[in-house]
Design a protein around this ligand. Structure first.
Ligand code: VG1
Ligand code: CO
Length: 703
């Protein structure tokens, strides 16, 4: 370890005295979990540090808090490659024992859809009885024998693990985005976030960053981070150029990612550099003697380092976020709906960070009843749950919405929604009704101009990720909108939006958003749906029956046709086997006549493959080309089979199979989804030789 000391030399500019301006001592976010409170207990706040005096560093007046920079030696860790969305470390999963599936009716868009297939396997604890996305051997504690936290301690919390990634990121950024820059550091409040915020702050100070903006209690949703980078102006006129976001999104593990000045995830050019830096890193810089900042209190704390002043600005990001939402939606119209006695509402934050915004927005601004909020206190361990907004994990909401097992006589709410850990994902439910994410983005796009003031002058264009169903394509065609199909991952939408080519976009994986920021946005999606409901019911709030979520979806299918859709995930598959399976699917693409012969042998009742390729995307803005973005088999009747490897999984490989079929005939749009898709599913699994390659007779998750 080399310690670099920068004593202030005679004649040097005297650094400013440390200041802490407490703008507002209210604590709008829900209370700090007890564990962190005790952690905070033995920390020195800067105020305490300065009043007690920091003997080593005190050079000037009695309040001076100076810090020094230490260069520390380190060695690389393997596998710090940021995937589809940042660097993540999930809880390690045991190889699931082969589950036994008992097929039951699965009808998309109806109660039966939720019933899905019942997985019975003693590998489950507890067994997910009802599932749209069935997960076996998932991350629930006690299930794997490795608790979340023990795993996290072994990987993410190894000495220097976080430090290496952060220094590799600083080294990958252009100098002006580090030296003298303003950087946001926050997360969704999960375990270790608060400690990580302090570490990153000390490293930012040591790397010459001028200001760090931290969400109060270290809480900021991913969409709020994007909003803050784009819109917030500091009291001194400063603007942020990037953000470290501490989250693994819908996974209960730990993760970190870096977002850029446009508010969106770092592009591949930057993440490749970060990764390459992590493989050669030998040192990092840290201001070890910078006192921990009290992030429970809003205000700016100023320090002084070798390169001049350094500020930590703790603020309440819900202020900026609500301001943005109010500039997009007609809050008065939504309030009329939410306060109408006929309308009932329920929002489940799954103990993720969305809870920190939900009360402010839905209750205080829009007049919803407090009892509409479920699991809206952010918790370090998500209350022991899995913060993934789907029909498996949002159990309480699913029950309340009449989609669960219980046969309660209580009339379910008209509208329900859930968010993931960092609040960028959303699940939309009606009374006893599930809206698929692919349908959701199409329906929002079809209704945006009439229902949402932000879009009243028209849509610049719409976009979806390649595996997302083509429901949005049909809307784009009918409404004559520019349309883009991009690879999986939000960063590809960002370029289109920066160039003014896209207003609304979405992914099949419960992600929906618009060009108001450069991340998907869970609360935005809920407000979009509430706006559509408010618009459709604007003259009807006193009527007999409200236009329901189900009415809107069925009407949409009747107008545009319906895309039956399902996704099968095979998690934690042997990486070599997964590669071979994919390679075989690519090889087969060279002869479509052979493929069609095979398919006819499997099922005679499916259409013919007319094209097959590996999806490749040329960004229309910067011309960059992304290859190998998924293997496609396209059928004459518009059906599709897509195979790709997950970019977010961290244990072995995850194979995703996306199966889709388009139905225009209005008399056939009400079928059970698994019935409608059964032939194609059969073809997908046999064509890919799924069982042969992976040894799996059933997927780990079905959405
Ligand atoms: C998954 C989803 C993808 C999404 C990504 C990040 O990626 O399929 O649609 O963009 O997660 O979402 P993959 O490569 O595992 O299929 V989030 O909410 O976890 O930031
Ligand atoms: Co997320």
């Amino acid at each position: 370890m080399i310690r670099l000391c920068f004593p202030s030399s005679p004649g040097a500019i005297i650094p400013p005295r440390p200041r802490r301006h407490r703008h507002n001592t209210a604590t709008p976010f829900p209370s700090i979990p007890p564990r962190s409170r005790s952690l905070h207990h033995h920390r020195l706040t800067p105020l305490l540090a300065s009043s007690r005096g920091d003997r080593r560093q005190r050079v000037g007046g009695p309040d001076m808090v100076l810090f020094t920079v230490t260069k520390k030696a380190t060695t690389p860790f393997e596998g710090q490659k940021p995937g589809t969305s940042g660097l993540r470390k999930k809880v390690s999963l045991p190889r699931p024992r082969p589950p036994v599936y008992v097929p039951v009716a699965l009808r998309s868009g109806s109660l039966c859809d939720v019933l899905g297939r019942v997985a019975t396997s003693d590998a489950l604890d507890p067994p997910p009885a009802l599932a749209s996305r069935i997960s076996l051997g998932a991350c629930s504690r006690g299930n794997s024998g490795l608790s979340n936290q023990s795993f996290l301690v072994t990987v993410f919390q190894q000495p220097n693990y976080l430090h290496n990634f952060v220094q590799a990121t600083f080294n990958a950024l252009p100098a002006e985005q580090v030296k003298g820059a303003t950087i946001v550091v926050s997360g969704d409040g999960r375990y270790f976030s608060k400690d990580a915020v302090q570490i990153i702050t000390k490293m930012a100070a040591a790397n010459g960053v001028r200001r760090v903006w931290v969400g109060q209690h270290s809480l900021m949703s991913t969409p709020a981070v994007s909003c803050v980078i784009r819109d917030r102006v500091g009291a001194d006129g400063s603007k942020a150029t990037g953000a470290f976001i501490l989250t693994a999104s819908h996974n209960p593990g730990l993760g970190i990612k870096y977002n850029m000045g446009n508010g969106g995830p770092a592009p591949e050019s930057v993440t490749d550099k970060i990764f390459s830096n992590t493989t050669t890193i030998s040192e990092y810089f840290i201001a070890e003697d910078l006192p921990d900042v009290d992030i429970s209190v809003v205000g700016v704390t100023s320090f002084s380092g070798p390169e001049g002043p350094f500020d930590v600005d703790v603020f309440d990001s819900s202020v900026d976020y609500i301001k943005l939402m109010k500039s997009i939606f007609d809050f008065e119209a939504i309030k009329k709906l939410l306060t109408s006695p006929k309308f009932t509402f329920c929002y489940d934050a799954l103990h993720g960070v969305a809870g920190a915004y939900a009360k402010r927005i839905f209750v205080e601004e829009l007049g919803a009843d407090e009892s509409s909020l479920l699991n809206c206190v952010p918790k370090e361990d998500f209350g022991g749950g899995h913060p993934d907004p789907n029909l498996t994990y949002a159990k309480e909401l699913v029950e309340r919405m009449g989609l669960g097992k219980s046969t309660s006589n209580v009339d379910p709410p008209e509208f329900g929604a859930a968010a993931d850990g960092d609040a960028d994902r959303n699940m939309i439910l009606g009374k006893r009704f599930f809206v698929t994410p692919s349908d959701s983005v199409a329906i929002i796009a079809a209704n945006a101009v009439q229902s949402i003031p932000y879009f009243s002058s028209g849509l610049k264009g719409v976009a979806r990720s390649m595996p997302t169903s083509a429901a949005l394509d049909v809307v784009a065609k009918n409404l004559n909108l520019k349309f883009f199909e991009v690879p999986t991952g939000w960063k590809f939408f960002g370029n289109l939006m920066d160039a003014g080519m896209c207003s609304i976009c979405g992914e099949e994986s419960f992600g929906t958003g618009s060009d108001h920021i450069r991340e998907k946005d869970g609360i935005w999606a809920v407000l979009a749906w509430l706006s559509i409901l408010a618009f459709k019911n604007k003259d009807n709030l006193g009527g007999d029956k409200l236009v329901s979520v189900e009415d809107i979806v069925r009407q949409h299918w009747a107008t545009y046709g319906r895309h039956y859709y399902t996704r099968y995930d095979y998690e934690n598959v042997d990486a070599g086997a997964a590669k071979e399976l994919m390679a075989n699917l690519v090889t087969m693409q060279s002869s479509l006549s052979d493929v069609n012969k095979l398919i006819k042998e499997i099922r005679s009742d499916v259409s013919v493959v007319v094209a097959a390729d590996e999806f490749e995307y040329k960004d229309p803005v910067d011309g960059s080309v992304s290859k190998h973005q998924g293997i496609r088999y396209l059928f004459g009747d518009g059906s599709r089979l897509v195979f790709r490897l997950s970019g977010t999984g961290s244990v072995g490989a995850t194979i995703r199979v996306y199966i889709e079929q388009y139905e225009k005939d209005p008399s056939k749009i009400g079928r059970e989804s698994q019935d409608a898709l059964a032939p194609l599913v059969d073809v997908a699994l046999k064509l890919s030789k799924m069982q042969e390659y992976t040894g799996r007779s059933a997927p780990t998750v079905i959405t």
